[in-house]
Ligand binder design. Structure first.
Ligand SMILES: Nc1ncnc2c1ncn2[C@@H]1O[C@H](COP(=O)(O)OP(=O)(O)O)[C@@H](O)[C@H]1O
Ligand SMILES: [Mg+2]
Length: 322
């Protein structure tokens, strides 16, 4: 969560800070064409926060992540990662990264691949002996098959899991995940969400890219929407979707005249009374109890993140991935 007061800000440390970040790719045979991929992005991410960056394909999400990681240099603007300028190598051991399309060494077993990743961080053998099986358990891969099976025999879901274990091999404070749920079935997505939740519980800061809104909606403290290289909005779901004080209510066995005082638009539909309640759910429920009414459903009537996302893109005249 972002700090809400200056006192909070002093206590919570900033992990990522970027200011007016820009990236222009040069393409074409003579490198004379320019693709402006990031257009002045500014953002702060706080310690322990889970941040989801949403955007259509081609919006610039992977580019932003690579700039943060120091894999590519920005064309303009600047920023810091864990208090050091972007690209500073001294923070690498505190950062984990699951790329969008990881390259795996096909003929290594899952276990050997994790040993290789651990070697890049120069983890001592005794640490590796404990951490590799722990991570395999965390991502839901069997220890025995990780010892035997080569990565070329892994399914897409298993590769995504081993990629996730690789991203955590150095026990990072800050984890970047580029489309971590892509290509997974519903159970696989659920398991990745569970892993993110458990990392969050350990106090890690997580930054992940996704074009799947429901994944972001369920695990993130804050979300940002990137459209054509611009961060068009950033905030908690409550900030973006509005305060949750309008409810859609369904009841039965209630007196419509009494109901009308609470639900001005009440109507009989689908065998029950339905309408919108503005705030005061407790008072309404007590009153419903007194009139012997029965509550069938009460749901927040704010727009979904998906509706909000589409609305934001429409307002800017963006209709399809470009
Ligand atoms: N190395 C590159 N050279 C030229 N253009 C690139 C390069 N990488 C990405 N792009 C362009 O930048 C835009 C954003 O790409 P990307 O960051 O991968 O978006 P996303 O991850 O949101 O799908 C796209 O138009 C893409 O074609
Ligand atoms: Mg991408």
């Amino acid at each position: 969560m972002p700090p809400s007061s200056p006192a909070d800000a002093a206590e919570r440390r900033g992990v990522i800070h970027i200011q007016n970040l820009q990236k222009v790719y040069r393409t074409g045979f003579l490198l004379n064409q320019r693709v402006s991929t990031l257009r002045g992005c500014s953002l702060d991410i706080w310690e322990g926060e889970t941040f989801g960056l949403l955007g259509q394909n081609g919006a610039g999400k992977t580019t932003l992540l690579k700039v943060l990681l120091g894999i590519i240099r920005p064309t303009g603007g600047d920023g810091t990662l864990l208090g050091k300028p972007l690209g500073d190598r001294t923070v690498k051991h505190r950062v984990g990264f699951l790329p969008e399309n990881p390259y795996f060494y096909d003929y290594l077993t899952g276990w050997e691949f994790l040993e290789y990743a651990a070697g890049l961080f120069q983890l001592p053998a005794d640490v590796q002996r404990k951490r590799i099986p722990d991570l395999l358990d965390l991502v839901g891969l069997s220890r025995a098959s990780a010892r035997k099976k080569q990565l070329r025999q892994y399914s897409k879901g298993m590769l995504q899991r081993v990629g996730m274990a690789q991203a955590l091999i150095n026990d990072p404070d800050l984890v970047f995940l580029d489309e971590p749920m892509s290509g997974l079935d519903p159970l696989g997505r659920y398991q990745i969400r569970e892993i993110i939740t458990s990392l969050k519980a350990q106090g890690k800061t997580i930054f992940f890219n996704s074009h799947v809104l429901s994944d972001v909606e369920q695990v993130c403290d804050r979300v940002g929407i990137l459209a054509q290289g611009e961060l068009i909005c950033v905030g908690s779901l409550q900030d973006l979707l509005g305060t949750a004080n309008v409810y859609h209510v369904k009841v039965c066995h209630a007196n419509p005249d009494a109901l009308k005082q609470w639900l001005p638009d009440v109507e009989f539909k689908d065998n029950c009374w339905q309408g919108h309640l503005l705030g005061m759910p407790h008072d309404f429920l007590s009153s419903l109890h007194l009139m012997d009414g029965q509550l069938l459903a009460m749901t927040l009537a704010r727009p979904s993140l998906e509706e909000f996302f589409v609305q934001q893109l429409h307002q800017r005249g963006i209709t399809a991935s470009q």
